[in-house]
Design a protein. Structure first.
Length: 250
């Protein structure tokens, strides 16, 4: 167990861009929403956990739907990568306003915005208490921010990926559509694949499985959700790893 009283010394927090928009809004960045996100991260950092971040861009632009509507995939994905940089800047500003130092790293040169990705520098930042925000995806088209999160988690030696969602973990089916859906408290990588449960995209999932990085899926909107998940409370979270699969009814 780490000194902070949890099993985790260093985590990669994967946020969706939707976490930054106002409730009910279709797009954009809301000052109150992003301040709330920063406050939750501040509490985690103050508990002694090192936090790296990857944020999506669904609140601004989604590359894959745009490519399906006729835009070249490379162009669409490049626009999506740029949109993650916008979200990263907003998060950096909100974190610093909350008293948490933050550093943006990108896979391509962006002087004045952030520094070039370097896993050694990222680890050094984390060890001094900074939050590192990995923006710009992998720097290449055809990869999602899920894959970015998995790749960066491997590179910085994260103990786990914490994937923030709007539900209390992973279910056997959509709980909004199927009242018989069971929530898993623990889920084996192999079972997640066999059951075709969409924990992360296939490239990201393979990286985590091959490098033994657990994925903790939790309800970020629930007050204290991330703190409980960090403490090992799986009442509103699911941990995906090499262990056995346990569902609520078992």
């Amino acid at each position: 167990m780490a000194r902070n009283g949890t099993a985790y010394k260093r985590i990669l927090l994967k946020l969706s861009g939707e976490a930054l928009k106002a409730p009910g809004a279709e797009s954009g960045i809301d000052a109150e929403a992003i301040a709330g996100v920063a406050e939750r991260i501040r509490k985690v950092v103050e508990s002694g956990v090192q936090v790296a971040l990857v944020v999506g861009a669904g609140n601004i632009f989604r590359g894959l739907p745009a490519s399906r509507n006729g835009m070249a995939r490379v162009t669409a994905d490049s626009m999506g990568m740029m949109a993650t940089v916008i979200n990263a800047l907003g998060l950096q500003d909100a974190l610093e306003a909350a008293g948490v130092p933050a550093q943006i790293q990108t896979p391509f040169p962006m002087p004045g915005i952030g520094e070039a990705f370097d896993h050694r520098r990222a680890i050094a930042h984390l060890e001094t208490g900074r939050v590192v925000i990995f923006a710009g995806g992998t720097g290449h088209p055809f990869f999602t921010t899920d894959t970015t999160a998995a790749l960066r988690a491997c590179e910085i030696g994260a103990d786990a990926i914490f994937k923030a969602t709007k539900v209390d973990g992973v279910y056997s089916a959509d709980p909004h559509k199927d009242p018989q859906a069971r929530r898993y408290s623990q889920l084996a990588y192999t079972d997640a694949l066999q059951k075709r449960l969409q924990v992360m995209d296939s490239s990201a999932f393979s990286l985590c499985m091959d490098n033994d990085i657990p994925i903790v899926v939790f309800n970020f909107s629930r007050p204290g959700g991330i703190s409980r998940a960090l403490s090992g409370d799986l009442a509103s979270a699911t941990i995906v790893g090499h262990g056995e699969t346990l569902a609520e009814t078992e």
